[in-house]
Structure formats: C-alpha cells, structure tokens
Design a protein around this ligand. Structure first.
Ligand code: PLP
Length: 417
C-alpha cells in the first residue's frame, strides 16, 4: 500500500512509539522491570477516591449521562467553568471559561498548537517551534506536519554538590528569529525533573512578547494539579501564555483529558480544530473530576497525597542510585518535579541506545536519553548520548531491582566493579 507524505511521516517508528510499545510490554511481561514509561503510579489513596467518585456518579446516573452524550468541541461546560473559578480564586488569574479548552490528552493539544503556530504559512513563510532548553519531552519530537519544524538550544550545565547537576537556559546563545512561531517548555520538565526558575520563565515571557509570539508552558506535572513539583516556583500565566495541563499525572491517564488555558483567540482555534478532528473531547475525565474541582479537593489531594508520594519515591531512588553507583562520573539531575530521574553517565563508553538494549536484555526498561533532544541539530553532541531517563514512581521492590541491574552494567562499563 502506498502512503502519503503525511502517512510516511506519521507511521515511522518514532521514539514515542518505542516508549509506548515498551510500556505495553512492561504491563504484559510479568518479568519486566518497567522504569521507562510515563505512567503515573497507582497511588492507593487516589485510586480509592476515584473509585468512590465513580460509584457516586454511577449511582446518580451522571456517569451514564456523560457517556451517552457528546460534549461541545470546547469540552464540558461545567468543567471549564469550575476550573476557571478555581484558578481565579487560587492563583488570581484573570480568566473565564472562554479561556479554557479541553482536548483528548494534552498530547493532542501539542499537536494542534505546534501545527497552528508553526509549519507552512499561506504567504510561503515557514516557522518553527523553539525549545529554549533541550533535553525536552520526547512526545513533542514527531508531532509536526512538516520536517524541521523544531529548533532547540543546548543548556548550560551547573554542577551541584552530591553528584547532582541542573540545566539552565543559555540566554547568551538563545536567538529568537522571525522564523519562530512559538516558544515551548515543559515545567517541571520531562525527562529531567528540572523546574525552570521564575526568572527564566519571566525572561522567556519577555522575549516572546517582544517577538509577538506565544509562550507555551507544559504544566503536565505542575501546580495547582497534579502538583508534582518539589521546588519553589510561581505558577505562571498571562494572556500571551498558552498553559497546557492534564488529568493524566493526577492518576487518570486513561481518561485522556488535556486542558489548554490561553487567550480567547487561541481557545477558539483549539475549539475549531477539536470539532474537525474529534467532534468533541471525551467527557469521562471531566465528569469524574468536576466535583473535585468545584470543591477545591483536587488541590488538597495534589498537595497532601500526590506530591508527598512522589517526593518520597524520588528521595528513595536517589539514595539507592548513589549507593549503588559510586563513580564520580555519574550525575543525577536535581529532582525538582515530574516522575523521572535524569541520569548522566559522563564519558560513558557506549551510546545510551546500546545501554538501553543491554538493560532490556536483562528485563530492565528505561528510556535512552538521545530521544529527548528534538530540534537539536548536533547529532554528535556527546552529552545527549550519555543520559537515560528512569521512572522512579514504581514500587520500591521494582526500583531496587532495577537500580541493581543498572548499577551492575554501569559499574562494569566504568571499570569500577
Ligand atoms: N507533556 C509532558 C511533559 C508529558 O510528560 C506528557 C506525558 O507523559 C504529556 C505532555 C502528555 O500527556 P497526556 O496526553 O496524557 O495529557
């Protein structure tokens, strides 16, 4: 069968496809130690709350009503109204329901946004999406309709005590030309757990405003929910920001509910796109969480259940790794949020893809780091081949076993066995 240019591009074995394949394998192969994917942890208290909530909705007939009807293309009205009220009250943002659109997962929102703001324009110009700090989220990499639609900048690397390091935006090198349609960053960042500082965000906002382009902030792990953020960082939004959120990392990835908060022009565009591509976003996630948003409980759950759970798991994984791999060439990105540890094996004698394959042979699944550099032209940049991403959110036994396998391989490679 012959596929179109679109078909060829979107049927390639993309990094994200490998990740989702592995995730599936991790769920079906009983021996796999799955420290690869971005599945949130099954936090018992959250699962119990969702169970109660689903039962209440089932009993009241709301659940069946939600399944038996299409919502509008902008998403469930009661949800967008409740969320606007919550964000206004909690964070003081000047927004209404007209500033919010829902999508089937925030992944879909990025596909819409990247192709709305970059690609080919009617007068022949081409624009790109700029990632000011690579590494960046693997899922952005293949979501553009045209080739070379992304450009990214290498970070500066600050080495910290206790074998940690932190990436920063290299503002001295950053150039935002007229061919840039939007700037995009995830905060907290997947894969690194980095949280861009308030100053970095304000600086990027200023650059975006000066250029008359939006700043897309991917808040999949941020505040006010799911709140998987361990450092002090101000939530950020203004009418030039396109803030993307999600119910996934709260523990509901299967509901595929993404949330876009932006000015009315952007929301209208997202709504129209949604109508054409999906008719309407799914209604189960919104139906399930409306009461939690109306009461504000979603914030309490995030602060009192979700955040401490991940914080404790992150601390444990760091401790285990430090003890198991004593070599000073091993560095961990300062864990400031999200579900991952980003491990940098300086001077690793093999490519991280090779490391991934060796570990997979031993039933340990991680994600090789080189996928996380969408838009970086320098394919030979050593640093991008020396890192891996590890999901620390699985249960303690799995993390311990995974770390032991990783340590065995790395210590042998470093010759420090
Ligand atoms: N953005 C980031 C940074 C992510 O890590 C993910 C998923 O892992 C997404 C967006 C997409 O999530 P979803 O489509 O489930 O909302």
């Amino acid at each position: 069968m012959e596929f179109s240019v679109f078909g060829e591009k979107f049927t390639r074995h993309a990094g994200i496809t490998q990740l989702m394949d592995d995730l599936n394998q991790g769920l079906t192969n009983p021996n796999a130690i799955m420290l690869g994917g971005g599945n949130p942890a099954p936090i018992p208290a959250m699962l119990e709350r969702f169970q109660q909530q689903a039962q209440t909705l089932l009993d009241s007939g709301e659940l069946i009503r939600a399944m038996a009807n299409y919502d509008g293309p902008q998403g469930k009205d009661r949800f967008t109204q409740a969320l606007a009220k919550l964000l206004k009250a909690e964070l003081g943002w000047d927004i209404s329901a007209r500033n919010i659109a829902l999508t089937n997962g925030s992944q879909t929102a990025f596909f819409y946004l990247f192709n709305l703001l970059a690609g080919e324009f009617s007068d022949g110009r081409k624009k790109k999406i700029l990632f000011p700090l690579a590494p960046e989220y693997i899922g952005y990499g293949d979501s553009a309709l045209t080739e070379e639609q992304f450009v990214a900048y290498k970070p500066t690397i600050e080495k910290l005590p206790e074998g940690q390091f932190k990436y920063h935006v290299d503002f001295e090198r950053l150039e935002v030309g007229d061919d840039i349609g939007a700037i995009c960053v995830s905060r907290p960042t997947n894969p690194t757990g980095n949280v861009l500082t308030d100053e970095e965000i304000e600086h990027l906002d200023q650059i975006a405003r000066d250029k008359g382009i939006p700043l897309i902030l991917d808040n999949a792990y941020g505040v006010p929910f799911p709140g998987i953020i361990f450092s002090e960082a101000k939530p950020f939004w203004n009418s030039n920001t396109i803030l993307c959120m999600s119910l996934s990392k709260l523990g509901l990835p299967g509901t595929r509910c993404g949330i876009v908060i932006a000015n009315e022009q952007v929301i209208q565009a997202m709504t129209n796109l949604s109508g054409i591509i999906n008719l309407a976003p799914g209604s189960l996630g919104p139906a399930l969480t409306i009461p939690l948003i109306e009461s504000g409980e979603i914030i309490e759950l995030s602060e009192q259940v979700v955040k401490p759970f991940y914080r404790q798991r992150a601390d444990l994984a760091v401790r285990l790794l430090r003890d198991a791999i004593p070599d000073p060439r091993f560095h961990i990105h300062k864990p400031e949020g999200a579900l991952f540890l980003w491990l940098w094996f300086e001077d690793l004698p093999i490519h991280c893809q090779e490391l991934y394959e060796r570990l997979k042979q031993k039933n340990l699944l991680i994600v090789p780091g080189h996928y996380f550099f969408p838009g970086i032209e320098d394919q030979n940049w050593r640093h991008s081949q020396e890192c891996i991403r590890l999901n620390y959110a699985q249960n303690e036994d799995l993390v311990r076993r995974g770390v032991a396998i990783l340590a065995e391989e790395i210590n042998a490679l470093y010759g420090t066995e």
